[in-house]
Design a protein around this ligand. Sequence first.
Ligand code: G3P
Ligand code: MG
Length: 388
Amino acid sequence: STGKGKGKEPLNEPPSFAFAFDIDGVLLHVSKPIPGATETLRFLNDNHIPFILLTNGGGKLEADRVKDLSQKLGVHLTTDNFVQSHTPFRELVDGKDGGLKDKTILVTGSDYEKCRSIMESYGFKNVVTPADILWQHREVFPFGLASDYSDTTPSRPLPRPVHTSTAAHSNDHALKIDAMFVLNDPRDWALDIQVFADLLLSSQGYMGTYSSKNGNLTFPNHGYQQDGQPTLYFSNSDLFWSATWHLPRFGQGAFQAALAGVWDQLTNGTAPLKRHVIGKPFGETYRFAERVLAAHRSDSLILKGHSADVAGEPLRSVYMVGDNPESDIAGANGYKSEVGTSWHSALVKTGVWSAVRDGEKVLKGVKKPTVIVPDVKAAVMWALEREG
Ligand code: G3P
Ligand code: MG
């Protein structure tokens, strides 16, 4: 059915394609709109062509980041069509085997308190930051700090005391961290790596303990996280991203490599750091994004008077517009849609990838974009042309 509204003017057939836009290097350089970005998003909004923003960025509440983006780009955006690197973590609150809602989790990123409020907004009840630990045990980190957490950051008292005696072993009254999360690019790498490594070497995640089953080089299968260590989650693995400097800058993937490098030293390179990484290019994030896009498109079609059938029809195509072959392009090309949608990828020249610095030799296999275009406006023009 064409979903004609009753007694109203006939409804046009809604487009069966949509866009997924990366942010850094496609729409913005930090807070500076990239030429063509604003007019392109306005055009899509005015012509009711659906899109989502799919970024490996993070560190703010979705509502705050979307408000910020709307102001910077001069385009009305909502959280309905917005996915940050860590947004899918909210599915862990009530996830399988009971979820992490009532467990104690450690979180880090660019601002400890913002990271805590993000995870609490998802429904996690017991969120601890490295500054909380330092506030009660300053000797955990014997050096000066990048920020003076003890005085300025409103850290919180720890939910339980930390073990401070090597004689003590894990017991129910001490601080036990069940999972550790990196939400966006940490600032105080030295402190974060110390605390994360302490917990990876701990017995059962009890802060302040040490288990010979982990870093100990003599233990059979030495080095594997054998003693109930906290699960380690990263929200993306971007080694680089495109900011306002003319060369790409380190992203969260560099912090991940630093922590993995320290773990390698602790285990003499015999035990890979066990981690769970989401974000682009991983299918879990594209699946999450596809569902967000479908819900966003369906809601807007129903609001316009289309029937639920029409509103619920899967998209034929999604065009992912990105600047990083490792994440945006590889992710879109590698994603197997749950609903039979074909994902295509457009690589822009305004971000991480550079024709001069990298050349097309790196664009092999899953990193080979459907098309290479100058910028986001050209990417949308190409797709509209293709859609006829
Ligand atoms: O921290 C931001 C960076 O990882 C890349 O973000 O928007 O290019 O996916 P984006
Ligand atoms: Mg980017």
